[in-house]
Design a binder for this molecule. Structure first.
Ligand code: F6R
Length: 366
């Protein structure tokens, strides 16, 4: 059932070219700029005229929500707020009938996410669900939704569900941008072509596996890790750190790279591995200087860069090259090496990667 892989997690990481494709299949035809998503069509007017979109989720799904904030604000120009479901539900939030609340959940059973959407529903908001498990409690409680088609995710650490969520959220941002007229047709077409090429680029990123095993050997005994990213790669830094801590039990923190100098820089010495996601995008120059700041304090840099980069390899201790893509879609590629890194480090430390201690696949209690 693990398809020849030693763990479900590794199998699921390697399934991503397929699960991403399945999550976009039937939802766009790049040649004709045509995009369709039943759940959005039902509430098209509400979506297009929404004053605000609130996203509620937990854990990895919350990270996908953060990526969506960047996507929807940039492409569709609708203000987005991303909330931890557990905080949202208990702080007497301001919600109106003009709000759209998007609940993101792989299992569709997360208690806090379900309670958050029930609360928003009671205040009259329109509830849209992005779930992986068909017929799950959250899917049933929503007004409309779009399923991710990642297939069953057995490993407790979420991998293919995250990329499927980001795929569906990218499609939603593109659809809304095009309906609202904030995303030009030429730009839309470009993004569609880019999105179509993501599965084969993920395939390419998975070829990094051997290189990542070697890097993992060098860092498996580290006691702390820092993950830095900016822009679309900031949520990826959070996700990379979460993956490492949950399965390898190494303390890790994800930060927006520029926040480093407001505190975490004090932690950096020759024992601190720093994973920097520094792909060629609008924040590239700035993240290069963040790398210099780490090197000046003798931190070890593991950099995820765009293929062909020549600047960062001259500064970093290890360079992981991923294919080039639009910055809007880069999380779908940059997260892959981070999933592999956490997986291999955990295996080398003898951890039970599919069922890490103290964790459950769905958190049905608050
Ligand atoms: C991380 C992880 C958890 C879940 C979180 C939400 O790898 O698995 O952080 O992402 O418990 O679960 P869902 O998406 O099922 O609501």
């Amino acid at each position: 059932e693990k398809g020849g892989y030693p763990h479900f997690m590794l199998k699921e990481i390697f399934e991503q070219p397929r699960s991403i494709l399945d999550s976009m299949r039937g939802r766009m035809i790049a040649e004709s700029d045509h995009m369709m998503m039943g759940g959005i069509r039902e509430f098209e007017n509400k979506f297009v005229n929404a004053e605000r979109i609130l996203i509620v989720a937990c854990g990895t799904s919350w990270h996908a929500g953060l990526v969506a904030e960047y996507l929807i604000e940039d492409l569709a120009r609708i203000p987005v707020e991303v909330e931890y479901a557990s905080e949202f539900r208990y702080r007497n939030p301001i919600i109106s009938e003009r709000d759209i609340v998007v609940a993101i959940s792989q299992s569709g059973e997360t208690a806090d996410t379900l309670a958050a959407l029930e609360l928003a529903k009671s205040k009259g908001a329109t509830i849209f669900g992005i779930c992986n498990v068909v017929g799950s409690s959250i899917a049933r409680a929503t007004d409309a939704g779009a399923y991710t088609h990642a297939g069953p995710e057995i490993g407790v650490a979420s991998t293919k569900a995250f990329t499927a969520q980001v795929t569906v959220l990218s499609l939603i941002a593109m659809i809304l941008g095009s309906k609202r007229g904030t995303l030009e047709t030429s730009k839309l077409r470009q993004l569609m072509v880019e999105l179509e090429s993501i599965p084969s680029k993920v395939e390419k990123a998975l070829e990094l596996n051997e290189q990542i095993i070697k890097i993992s050997e060098q860092y498996k005994d580290a006691t702390n890790f820092l993950y830095l990213g900016r822009g679309y790669n900031f949520p990826v830094a959070l996700e990379g750190a979460l993956k490492l801590k949950e399965i390898s039990y190494i303390h890790a923190e994800g930060y927006p790279a520029a926040e480093m100098k407001h505190g975490p820089i004090a932690l950096i010495d020759e024992h601190m591995p720093v994973v920097v996601i520094a792909t060629k995008d609008s924040s590239y120059e700035k993240i290069v200087s963040n790398i210099q700041e780490v090197k000046a304090r003798k931190g070890k840099i593991i950099a995820v860069v765009t293929e062909g980069d020549t600047t960062i390899p001259a500064m970093a201790d290890h360079v992981i090259e991923i294919p080039e893509t639009s910055e809007h879609l880069v999380p779908l590629l940059s997260v892959i090496p981070l999933q592999l890194l956490s997986y291999h480090i955990a295996v080398m430390r003898g951890c039970n990667v599919d069922q890490p201690r103290n964790l459950a696949k769905s958190v049905t209690v608050e």
